[in-house]
Design a binder for this molecule. Structure first.
Ligand code: RBZ
Ligand code: NIO
Length: 361
């Protein structure tokens, strides 16, 4: 479905539920106690592997009655542009989005380096870059439109486009899992997307607008006041709070793609690793659309971006790492992959203390 860019389409989703999320199985709390008992019974003092034990329980619940695997992990980087950039919300122009997409395809971005260090593939998805991109074997064309409209002045996208972007994310994650991925990690590229994310966090957490606005890729004082004014203009234009409406009003396409990928991974009962502020906002959107998705999300790290903590709190999430990262691209998610793999192996590979003491090993 393709609709005219910038078309005003303030459908109230409560009357017109265009988006049909996939059926998700909630994690079964009845399996938690037995997984904990199994991990407590391993050849180590109970609790001695701290947060990795909690992660192992979560992975066990996700795959129950099967066993978790962590071999094949794939990073999906969703790229899209933001009309809000016209208001000066970012220190950088939208041209940086396309330049970084070309850098991912050349294998030379931070995300590629971290993926290579972990033996992972990177897939780049053009879901809404505001430029025609060359055909490239590493690039998926899922372009919904050439960037969002300027949300300070009009809805970022139509209801049909929001639905299309969510469905692309669902389809792409399911495709990767059917092709053998055990773990999906998420990343994004989109100049201006911390402004869009601030608006989504404000309405979906909910939280005061001011608490959701941060420096993004690095704004100076003058830039921060432009960013605040543009965000306040966008917020004053509407009072949407329903998740699909908030996405339609504020964007972005890459955030919708990530939210869809979370729902797609959850529908296939696979863990999905959430990166920083922007990815966590996508997780908040996914969870507001489908609360059962929460159990499938592993939160990689605490970003230095203001607003991330409140989004994590709204999701009742405790991230694994705290490294002062504020890049995005999936860099934090990539760094958490070895922890997820190790937690899966704790469950599948480590002997029980009973077997060790009985001399069975
Ligand atoms: C060279 C460069 C590479 C990036 N990689 C990720 N981001 C990050 O910064 C952007 C969000 O910040 P803002 O809202 O302030 O524009 C997103 O593209 C995000 O992925 C980058 C930003 C830049 C400049
Ligand atoms: O935490 C993030 O995801 C982030 C923060 C700043 C800029 N880009 C991404």
């Amino acid at each position: 479905m393709r609709e005219t860019d910038g078309q005003r389409n303030p459908h109230l989703t409560s009357f017109s539920p265009l988006f049909q999320p996939p059926a998700l199985t909630p994690l079964d709390p009845a399996t938690e106690a037995s997984l904990r008992a199994t991990i407590d019974g391993k050849a180590k003092p109970p609790g001695s592997l701290g947060r990795i034990e909690e992660l192992a329980v979560q992975l066990g619940m996700i795959r129950h009655p099967g066993e978790p695997r962590g071999e094949k992990a794939v990073l999906l980087v969703f790229a899209g542009d933001h009309g809000l950039v016209a208001e000066g919300v970012s220190q950088y122009p939208s041209a940086v989005t396309v330049a970084m997409v070309m850098t991912y395809l050349a294998g030379r971005a931070s995300a590629n380096a971290f993926a290579k260090a972990n033996g992972m593939d990177v897939r780049v998805i053009d879901i809404g870059v505001a430029a025609e991109l060359p055909v490239h074997p590493g690039l998926r064309d899922a372009k919904v439109r050439m960037g969002t409209a300027n949300a300070a002045r009009e809805p970022a996208m139509t209801a049909g486009q929001a639905t299309e972007a969510l469905n692309h994310g669902i389809r792409i994650a399911i495709g990767e899992i059917k092709a053998g991925a055990d773990i999906i990690a998420l990343g994004e590229m989109g100049i201006g997307n911390t402004a869009s994310s601030a608006l989504l966090a404000h309405r979906l957490a909910p939280a005061s607008l001011d608490d959701c606005i941060g420096v993004g890729a690095g704004q100076d004082d003058a830039g921060m006041s432009r960013k605040r004014i543009a965000i306040e203009m966008a917020a004053a234009r509407n009072d949407a709070t329903a998740p699909l409406d908030v996405l339609i009003e504020f964007g972005g396409l890459e955030i919708a793609g990530m939210a869809g990928a979370i729902l797609g991974a959850a529908s296939q009962r696979r863990p999905v690793i959430i990166d920083g502020f922007i990815s966590s906002v996508a997780a908040l959107l996914a969870v507001r659309l489908c609360p059962e998705a929460r159990g499938y999300c592993v939160f990689a790290h605490r970003s230095a971006e203001r607003g991330h903590d409140l989004v994590l709190n709204a999701l009742d999430a405790k991230p694994l790492l705290d490294l002062g990262l504020r890049l995005g691209e999936g860099t934090g998610a990539l760094l958490a992959v070895p922890l997820v793999r190790a937690a899966a192996r704790l469950l599948t590979d480590v002997a029980s203390l009973d077997d060790v003491l009985a001399g069975k090993i």
